[in-house]
Design a protein. Structure first.
Length: 256
């Protein structure tokens, strides 16, 4: 007699591991779609869980986005820490220093981990949100302080380092190695943007887009399309479109 079929129990994944996996998935998805263009359902599918489960671990999409952004900044700090620890003056030209080693490691990271590059751009793009702007500012300031502590560099040298980093971010996002005015790809793009001689976007002679004489599209004198003085389209003082302090992200509607 054949034995009864055995039931295989499904291994339960701890919530901490699921949370970590969701943040990894969020890095990839938010890097492509940004805060507002990425459905939470897409992140959940990447991990193999239902969307409601995501909201059992995160208060809302904004909290998940912030966790992904924080992971990106933390990863950059770890990258710089390793580069500083491995720095050997003998491996560099006389004018090289520990910041040179950090910069080289960052350039390689931009090439091999594009998701984190694009997520960084998405974090800056989302800074119209007050809470996200505050978080990104703190993370950026912490990164600058971390580099200063590792390198002992002067404020001027630090400014130079981070300006170069932003230059690299833009160049890497566009897939170019040079942003100098007049560089090869920029000259080619400018040449392609110029219309051939004689093909300017104008109407044939005599067919200009104007109204017949005396029928110009203007309001009668004194009836210009403006609001009365003092009635500009702004909110009264103190009623800006921001959330009160302490009202952080709550659960987003399903499908966001």
């Amino acid at each position: 007699m054949a034995g009864a079929p055995t039931r295989t129990s499904r291994k339960r994944v701890p919530a901490g591991e699921r949370r970590d996996a969701l943040i990894d998935a969020a890095v990839v998805e938010f890097a492509h779609g940004g805060l507002h263009g990425t459905p939470v359902e897409r992140i959940a599918r990447r991990v193999g869980v239902a969307q409601p489960y995501v909201f059992s671990l995160f208060a809302g999409k904004r909290e998940l986005f912030l966790a992904a952004v924080q992971r990106g900044f933390a990863r950059t700090e770890e990258l710089f820490t390793r580069a500083a620890a491995d720095y050997d003056p003998a491996d560099w030209e006389p004018d090289g220093d520990v910041l040179s080693a950090m910069g080289a490691a960052y350039v390689e990271s931009l090439r091999t981990h594009r998701h984190y590059l694009m997520l960084q751009h998405q974090s800056y793009a989302a800074c119209d949100d007050d809470l996200i702007r505050e978080h990104v500012r703190r993370a950026y300031a912490h990164l600058v302080r971390h580099v200063q502590e590792l390198s002992g560099a002067s404020a001027e040298r630090l400014d130079e380092f981070f300006r170069a980093g932003m230059w690299l971010n833009v160049a890497a996002a566009m897939g170019v190695e040079d942003l100098s005015a007049g560089c090869e790809w920029m000259r080619a793009a400018a040449a392609g943007d110029a219309a051939p001689a004689g093909q300017a976007d104008t109407a044939p002679a005599g067919q200009a887009d104007t109204a017949p004489a005396g029928q110009a599209d203007t309001a009668p004198a004194g009836q210009a399309d403006t609001a009365p003085a003092g009635q500009a389209d702004t909110a009264p003082a103190g009623q800006a479109d921001t959330a009160p302090a302490g009202e952080a992200a709550r659960g987003d509607a399903a499908g966001q």
